[in-house]
Write a protein that binds this ligand. Structure first.
Ligand SMILES: Cc1ncc(COP(=O)(O)O)c(C=O)c1O
Length: 265
């Protein structure tokens, strides 16, 4: 039987550890109503922080009501939501955007230039110096339209369904350690695991030979990996295009990997 290691952050402890004035960026799975993010934003706000929500793993997977979040900024990436690389979105409260100085200079971002001073164009042009990534913006717009047509509630429901099925099936793989909450409603659509003491990169290489792409490594979560005392995990990520069949193929390939690594000997 697989082993399950559950880890959930203590949200309020994190929230109240924030220094007043600090930028507060976070990422994790959430409730369908963004309840966890809203709770964290409120905790950060209560100590006077300017709050930036890193929504790279939020916006592609959950219905997101930017007003209800209460944050000052929300950012997310195009390539994590079926869009092209090289583009993302920064949403900010109008008054915050007015306060910010642009960090890039270039065409289309000034309203006037004198010899000794310049005035910036209004928001958002002052932040959009130079020729914009036109093709990427059109591609990201198409991705947003596509996801909205499916409906973000349906996207989230599909992820919960498929992640729940994956957790159920992976539980039958001997010597597999599965990380994270066992309730699919309390996690995103990604499942990290370790097969016995085989390095995650080796597991990923074998899975790749069966046509299954997983990510292996520390997943940009080194402090958590150290806390859990694991060097690396393999991670299957599910999205709108995955089916129960894909999960079955993952489980079959893990069983094959067990044989290849002599675990069934
Ligand atoms: C929460 C979060 N923020 C930021 C990033 C990085 O985004 P990008 O690839 O657009 O730099 C990632 C993924 O790599 C992520 O998961």
């Amino acid at each position: 039987m697989a082993r399950s290691i559950r880890h959930e952050a203590d949200l309020l402890r994190i929230g109240f550890a924030v220094d007043p004035g600090a930028l507060f960026v976070q990422q994790f799975a959430d409730h369908a109503d963004n309840g966890d993010v809203r709770q964290l934003v409120a905790a950060a706000k209560s100590v006077g922080a300017i709050v930036v929500v890193d929504g790279a793993q939020l916006v592609p997977h959950y219905p997101t009501d930017v007003e209800a979040l209460g944050a000052d900024f929300l950012v997310f990436s195009g390539h994590k939501m079926l869009g092209p690389t090289g583009i993302g979105v920064m949403w900010g409260k109008a008054e915050r955007l007015e306060e910010l100085e642009p960090t890039e200079g270039g065409g289309e971002m000034i309203s006037d230039v004198q010899l000794y001073e310049s005035r910036w164009a209004p928001v958002p042009q002052k932040f959009e110096a130079g020729t914009p990534p036109i093709a990427q913006a059109i591609g990201l717009g198409a991705a947003v339209d596509y996801l909205e047509k499916i409906g973000m509630t349906a996207v989230r429901e599909h992820e919960v369904d498929i992640t729940g099925y994956a957790l159920e099936r992976l539980a039958d793989v001997p010597e597999l350690t599965v990380y994270g909450p066992s309730d699919p409603n309390r996690r995103g659509g990604a499942v990290s695991f370790e097969l016995a003491d085989i390095h995650a990169h080796d597991v990923a290489t074998i899975l790749d030979q069966y046509g299954i792409a997983v990510r292996a490594g520390h997943h940009c979560a080194k402090p958590l990996m150290r806390h859990l005392e694991v060097a690396a995990t393999a991670r299957a990520s599910f999205y709108v295009y995955n089916t129960h069949d894909d999960v079955d193929r993952l489980v079959d390939a893990l069983m094959e990997a067990r044989k290849i690594f002599g675990l069934d000997a």
